[in-house]
Every structure is written in structure tokens, then in C-alpha cells.
Ligand binder design. Structure first.
Ligand code: ADP
Ligand code: MG
Length: 305
């Protein structure tokens, strides 16, 4: 068995880690693929597939097979979630800067105008071409990391890796068991805790994916209100509901990523059945501290959280 190695890279606005029994050269090669996917799928990177789609003024744009697979899955989740997951939030996400040093709220009339440019039902996928109406903007930030995690895990498995864990900013994939045997344990981050250290719960995972969406990841607080990066497609404003975080557990990280964003927007009443329709398990933690689970999850709570 190969020695255990760990690589880290900053892509997609987040920290990505691969920890696996593999040579560091192989892990570097895997991480390098993330850079290529970033160039292909970023909304702001000029000449990316997404940038070209958003700047085509209504003309069809030929895209890579990767972009097509992501958009197809995103449209499926849009339908299944009755619009809670909507990749055409791009015109609205462009108005929000959650990383600004001095955050400001977008003008309500700008949000209202951007909302008129949002309709995922108008994304046309034909052959290898994508067409959206002029002015509309696609943003695959809610689903792309899942696809990339799937592809990178597949690459590692094909190269013979049998034990590993990928964590792409909350999109986790486990390959086989831990090197010393037994399932990997996935920790769920305390919203106000130190990233990678303070967990409120944990569950075992083997050859699965677990994807978390939460308000604590990206956002700012202004006059006591938390503004975060998960937007309600009906209003263009950050979702204001009872959900603190939601984790989806399944086989496809692509689908789990989109569905986790949708489950956050929908809340548990509609989110738990949605997860079931995609054959996924789900863990909700609500702002009042309540935890709601689909029956099958083996969750261990960490004391004092
Ligand atoms: P992350 O793991 O980066 O926190 P999520 O999967 O939780 O991402 O999705 C958040 C991202 O998805 C946002 O940064 C934005 O790009 C996009 N997004 C926000 N709201 C929605 C929505 N209602 N439907 C689809 N995508 C969304
Ligand atoms: Mg998501």
C-alpha cells in the first residue's frame, strides 16, 4: 500500500483537500485537474464555458462535455425542486459581494430587475450547444464542485487508489476505508467553530459523498441580519428560514451538491422528501438547535455543541 499523503489547493473560492494513500505526485496531478475545471466553469474567468454562455447575447455556445453534464443535472434538480435550485441566479449573484471588506446591500430595484432575468426553464441544451436569453446569467457555484469532486475521485480510483478522502469546501467523497481499516468519519462543522476542528456531530462513510450547505460559510452580518450566499430564487435575497445547515449523503456528489442547495432553500418539510426522491440521506440542523434526520443516518452527536 502507498504511503498516506495530503495536498491542498485554493480553487472555486474555497480550500480543497485530498488525503489519500497515494504518491504526492499523483495527488498533485489530481489537484491540477481542479485548476482546469476552475478555468472551465468559473463565472468570472474570461473564456470559461460559463463566461461564454453568459456573454453570447442569446446565441448558441458549444461547450465541453463537463459543462453539459453539470447543466443537465442542474436542470433536473431545478424541475424536481420546483425552482428552489436555479442556476440562472447569476444576474442576482453578480449584485452580491459576500467577501467585501465593507459589505453593502444591493439596491432593491437592481435585484427586482435581475429577477426578471432568471428562468432556468429557458436554458436550451441541444447536442453540445447551450443557449440562454440575452442578459440571463448562469452560475454553477451551487453544483460544480460536486461534479469536480466526482471526476477527481474517479481519476484516483482509476489510478488504483483504494483509500482516500476528498474535501472540496464541504463536498466530501470517501474512497474505501481509512488506511488502518474501518470507515472514514465525517465531522459536521460547528457554525461558529474553527474550520476543520470543531464539530457538532460525525457519521461514518465509505465510498459515498456528503455535501453540506450552510449560512456560516460565506456571508456577512449587517445590523444584526445575516446575509449569506444561498439565495431565494423568488426574492433574490439570502434565504431567511429556520435552516442553519443541511448535509446530503449519497453516491453522486454532483447531484448531492445541487440537492443540498435546494434542500437549504426549501427547508426540511419539502427538503426531506426531495432527498428521498434522489435516493439520498439528509441531516438538517436548524437555527434553534433541533436536528432532523432521514431515518438511515448513523449520526453521533459531539457533546457540548
Ligand atoms: P458552497 O459549497 O460554495 O457554499 P453551495 O452548494 O452551498 O456552495 O451553493 C452556493 C452557491 O450556489 C452560491 O455561491 C451561488 O453561486 C449559487 N446559488 C445561490 N443560491 C442558489 C440557488 N437558489 N440555486 C442555485 N444556485 C444558487
Ligand atoms: Mg450545492
Amino acid at each position: 500500500m502507498n504511503e498516506r499523503n495530503r495536498v491542498q489547493g485554493d480553487y472555486f473560492d474555497t480550500v480543497n483537500v485530498i488525503d489519500a494513500c497515494a504518491s504526492s505526485e499523483l495527488l498533485e496531478e489530481a489537484m491540477e485537474q481542479c485548476r482546469a475545471y476552475h478555468r472551465l466553469l468559473s463565472k468570472s474567468e474570461k473564456a470559461s464555458d460559463i463566461w461564454r454562455i453568459n456573454h453570447a447575447e442569446g446565441r448558441p455556445v458549444p461547450v465541453s462535455e463537463h459543462t453539459m453534464r453539470i447543466l443537465k443535472a442542474g436542470c433536473e434538480i431545478y424541475e424536481a425542486s420546483k425552482g428552489a435550485f436555479n442556476m440562472t441566479v447569476g444576474a442576482v449573484t453578480s449584485l452580491w459581494n459576500f467577501k467585501a471588506e465593507k459589505p453593502v446591500l444591493p439596491a432593491p430595484e437592481k435585484i427586482r430587475r435581475a429577477l426578471t432575468l432568471m428562468d432556468a426553464g429557458k436554458i436550451r441544451l441541444e447536442g453540445d450547444c447551450v443557449t440562454i436569453p440575452a442578459g440571463m446569467q448562469v452560475d454553477v457555484g451551487g453544483i460544480a464542485k460536486g461534479y469536480i469532486a466526482d471526476r477527481v475521485a474517479e481519476f484516483l480510483r482509476e489510478r488504483g487508489v483504494t483509500n482516500g478522502l476528498l474535501n472540496f469546501g464541504g463536498n466530501v467523497i470517501t474512497i474505501g476505508t481509512k488506511p488502518e481499516g474501518g470507515p472514514w468519519m465525517i465531522g459536521l462543522q460547528k457554525p461558529d467553530g474553527v474550520t476543520g476542528r470543531d464539530f457538532w456531530a460525525a457519521f461514518p462513510s465509505m465510498d459515498e459523498t456528503a455535501v453540506t450547505s450552510g449560512t456560516y460559510e460565506r456571508g456577512f452580518t449587517l445590523d444584526g441580519v445575516r446575509y449569506h450566499h444561498l439565495l431565494d430564487p423568488r426574492t433574490g435575497w439570502p434565504v431567511q428560514n429556520e435552516v442553519e445547515m443541511v448535509t446530503l449523503i449519497g453516491k453522486s456528489s454532483l447531484l448531492a451538491d445541487g440537492v443540498s442547495t435546494a434542500c437549504f432553500v426549501l427547508g426540511p418539510e419539502e427538503g426531506i422528501p426531495l432527498a428521498g426522491r434522489f435516493d439520498m440521506k439528509v441531516i438538517y440542523r436548524l437555527k434553534d438547535g433541533r436536528v432532523l434526520l432521514s431515518r438511515e443516518v448513523e449520526l453521533t452527536l459531539v457533546k457540548d455543541s
